[in-house]
Design a binder for this molecule. Sequence first.
Ligand code: 1CP
Length: 345
Amino acid sequence: MELQNDLILRAARGEKTERTPVWLMRQAGRILPEYRAIRNSLSGFKELVETPGLAAEVTIQPVDILGVDAAIIFSDILVIPEAMGLQYEMIEKKGPWFEKTINSATDIEQLKVAEADDLSYTIDAIKITKERLDGRVPVIGFSGAPWTILSYMIEGSGSKTFSRARRFLYTKPVLAHKLLDKITQSTINYLFGQIEAGANMLQVFDSWAGILTTEQYKEFALKGIREICEAIKAKHPELPITVFAKGAYFVRKELGQLNCNTIGLDWNMDIAESRELVGSNKTLQGNLDPCLLYSSEETIKAETERMLREFGPQRHIANLGHGVYPDTDPGKVKFFVDTVKEFRF
Ligand code: 1CP
């Protein structure tokens, strides 16, 4: 199907764009009252994720309401551990909770390598989203990066330090690699399924990248991301891939060497320095502080335009430096989106 707006795909591939494309990480849940209305009518978050028609509906809401240049499929990175055999619950105001966690070789052996069919609800949600969008904007598929997924499988929940997961890397490095390999393979199968369903680009979220040492990141985290990029590119060389490794300022050069199109920056990463380290043949995505959206329209406009100028007219996808915070005023989010869309160099 012909896309009416392919700005984000062209920016990712380094082609010329009339203006900078814009979307927000976590745009599909969290902020919109229209999302809350649907969410509150259900038993919980998982029912929404697992009901393709409703997941498609909340995926499209930010396109209709905020005017963003892409839709990101409504799901969660934690569907992969579940498809591998670890059920999770999403506890209100607390976050994810896994009854069973991974600690031994036997635990890892018992995990299955997930297939796309194990995640048919998200695959179906992508198909429905594509039909309903009818080419208005591209659809972004996504997954967690293997290290971030491993951290949840070891911890069993969110954590400030993820010290159990980091301890596992020090004390059981061979098992860590075995687990990472199984997660990587599952993720590749899942992402292939998302592409076949119609995803136009992919983003890999390494949300807990920043808590590893440089050496650990190179040894345990980069390998899986590299394998994911290579596997996807071998079959779909034109499909843009974004790698967002939050806090991983210390491996920007290595991220720049991955077989992907775009590197996501968080708001701590200096734009000029990142461009230097990542190199000129990647697109950069980001990177305003999500807290900027709590400020006045005047400040949002000034900071957004400063950012746009600093990234320059090509090879940039405007975004925040992490997901939009749940209590952000949707009006301010729309103002940010409009500021990007109205700006001309
Ligand atoms: O928000 C969207 O745009 C919809 C899609 C989406 C995405 C891309 C959701 C829905 N989750 C994610 C990714 C995700 N999930 C990440 C990577 C991005 C990031 O760093 O923000 C991570 C780390 C998670 C794990 C997760 N899911 C957490 C964090 C737990 C922790 O460690 O503290 C939480 C609280 C969730 C729940 C969740 N996922 C998505 C929504 C809308 C929610 C809120 C649940 C609800 O509505 O009840």
